[in-house]
Design a protein around this ligand. Structure first.
Ligand code: HEC
Ligand code: HEC
Ligand code: HEC
Ligand code: HEC
Length: 466
């Protein structure tokens, strides 16, 4: 756990220096328009929001936003830029990887073993059950640009490795289990679960890994190791463990057994109550790169989800749906691949937070307020647009707040959920209470109804169904 904490501190540092705001902005702009060079806008401050009632608001509220179009990533987005935006939050700036978070993919030995097709497939299909979510939204051209960038790493002592994907080794899984336990499990987890059990190595016993790699890919990795990472060569006299080729074949056979074991677990529809301890490890492996250690969020990047007011308003089902369906058009990618158990565990972890001054709020999701969207447009522009974007686009507009005008949010948030958020704000974040004498804007509930009606109009403008 000490080591993990160190990684997170490192992560934080790298994030700050890498300008992660660009990440979400570009991911989303990839989805909605042609890429343009990223220039972060200065972040408005809270005081501005409450005093800017008369600024230019009408015009921005009335401007129309183009409907989302399929990703067309033009040739001007260099692979490096695409990498920085889409991959660096986990694979780190320059692709060096971070044990416990994501492997090094701009690496002499990885690149010698992995073909372009292998990388392309990994990005498209992801590694189910891990933070490496599939990215079918990235065009082939975009991914090839990223690959070109990966391959542009300056390499000393170039090696060439031939991987024969057609080879199948007939190892002895039983014998392999012993070797695995002795030499691999401390870094890859007792069942090859990888990062989700708090170990430094990736999930080499997970079906998502095993279904995209050939036996020879694993064999060559064992023989070669991965320079600059904790993954050492294990084979032969110069290897860490002097394993024979037969030993390696046995370990590979055991990995396939682990794959079946792990597939059975994640397919199990019955889930027990969540376990906060396991949930923390799942959170740290799957969510921390964006929602930050402890789930405190990062303004302009990802909301706080381990937060008194969020948790008082969000039901377990709300959180579950958000994880499963994601928030389309934002960096919150759908994670339908996480098992019911994993999701229960993560929710238990979020809810395990010791809370000062707990509040209890009842959300009646059947309520529909019949506000006046036209009036709401003006009020939205005055009180909300500076932080949530002129059309509720959220982070992609370079603002500090999430995309509350996007269908991904509006499809899961009831009118009452939004009302209560406006009423109570979210402690510890720039989202303040706006209603009543103690709110920063002294809005009435009726004002809020109008704003909610306007948000629903925005959702439709962004291609939503409601
Ligand atoms: C949210 C975190 C995250 C993001 C963003 C991400 N990855 Fe990954 N990636 C991972 C993790 C975790 C793994 C290892 C999964 C496992 O345990 O097998 C991985 C594995 C990979 C692998 C396989 C590496 C190997 O050693 O076999 C490739 C290739 C890869 N990612 C490419 C990319 C590219 C390209 C992007 C950007 C388009 C990207 N990833 C974005 C987390 C991420
Ligand atoms: C000291 C810790 C450590 C030990 C021991 C270890 N590994 Fe690794 N292994 C890692 C790390 C860390 C990576 C990711 C390397 C990177 O950053 O690219 C890795 C990567 C791998 C990969 C490539 C995974 C991928 O996503 O492409 C394979 C395969 C692998 N290890 C197999 C094994 C096997 C089999 C053993 C036991 C014989 C073993 N490792 C022992 C730490 C370890
Ligand atoms: C690649 C970055 C990224 C990762 C990884 C990620 N999220 Fe998110 N998440 C976001 C962003 C960005 C938003 C806000 C989207 C919006 O509405 O504008 C968000 C929103 C959410 C929300 C809604 C919060 C609210 O205020 O309504 C929940 C709940 C959530 N994420 C949970 C998770 C969980 C659990 C995981 C891990 C399984 C996870 N996220 C992984 C980026 C991420
Ligand atoms: C000073 C900036 C600021 C202003 C002004 C502001 N918000 Fe927010 N809002 C935020 C931030 C930041 C968050 C995310 C909080 C977090 O990290 O959990 C947020 C969160 C929210 C959420 C929860 C979104 C979710 O994903 O669950 C809603 C709903 C919301 N705001 C509505 C509004 C409305 C309506 C207004 C105008 C009356 C408004 N906000 C004004 C900054 C602001």
């Amino acid at each position: 756990m000490k080591a993990l904490d160190k990684f997170f501190k490192l992560l934080l540092k790298v994030f700050v220096s890498a300008g992660v705001f660009g990440f979400v902005y570009m991911v989303v702009s990839d989805l909605t328009r042609k890429p343009e060079p990223f220039t972060p806008k200065p972040r408005p401050i809270i005081e501005e929001a409450s005093t800017s009632k008369t600024q230019n608001t009408r015009k921005s509220a009335a401007s129309t936003t183009p409907a989302p179009t399929p990703v067309a990533t033009g040739p001007q987005s260099s692979g490096e830029q695409l990498f920085t935006v889409n991959c660096a939050p986990c694979h780190q700036v320059g692709g060096a990887g971070l044990p416990g978070i994501a492997p090094s993919i701009r690496n002499r030995d990885f690149l010698a073993i992995a073909s372009d097709e292998f990388i392309l497939n990994t990005v498209r299909k992801g590694r189910l059950g891990t933070a490496m979510a599939p990215r079918p939204d990235l065009s082939e051209e975009a991914i090839r640009n990223i690959i070109t960038y990966l391959r542009s790493v300056p390499v000393t002592n170039v090696i060439t490795v031939k991987v024969d994907d057609s080879l199948k080794f007939a190892g002895n899984a039983k014998a392999g289990a012993d070797i695995y336990l002795r030499y691999c499990s401390s870094c890859h987890g007792p069942n090859g679960e990888g990062y989700t059990v708090g170990v430094p190595g990736p999930g080499i016993g997970l079906p998502g890994f095993l279904s995209t790699v050939s036996d020879d890919y694993i064999f060559q990795t064992l023989k070669q190791g991965r320079i600059g990472t904790p993954m050492q060569p294990f084979l032969g006299a110069r290897g860490l463990a002097n394993l024979s080729e037969t030993d390696a074949h046995d370990v590979i056979a055991h990995l396939h057994e682990l794959g079946k074991h792990n597939a059975a677990i994640s397919a199990s529809p019955v889930a027990e109550a969540g376990d906060a301890k396991r949930g923390r490890m799942q959170f740290d492996a799957n969510c921390v790169a964006c929602h930050q250690p402890g789930g405190v969020g990062k303004v302009g990047f990802a909301p706080s989800i381990r937060n008194r007011d969020f948790l008082a308003i969000a039901s377990d089902d709300f959180i579950r749906t958000t994880i499963q369906k994601g928030r389309l058009g934002t960096a919150m990618v759908p994670r339908a691949d996480l098992s019911a158990q994993v999701v229960n565990d993560i929710i238990a972890y979020l809810r395990d937070l010791p809370i000062e001054n707990p509040i209890e709020l009842k959300i009646d999701s059947s309520l529909r307020f019949n506000g006046d969207a036209q009036k709401g447009a003006l009020k939205y522009a005055s009180f909300c647009a500076t932080c949530h974007g002129p059309q509720g686009e959220g982070y992609m507009a370079g603002v500090p707040g999430p995309g509350i005008g996007l269908p991904g949010f509006l499809d899961v948030a009831s009118d009452d959920y939004i009302l209560k958020t406006i009423q109570h704000g979210r402690v510890g974040t720039p989202m303040r209470s706006f209603i009543g004498a103690r709110g920063i804007a002294n809005l009435t509930e009726e004002d809020a109804y109008d704003i909610i009606a306007q948000l629903r109009v925005m959702g439709k403008n962004h291609g939503g169904g409601q």
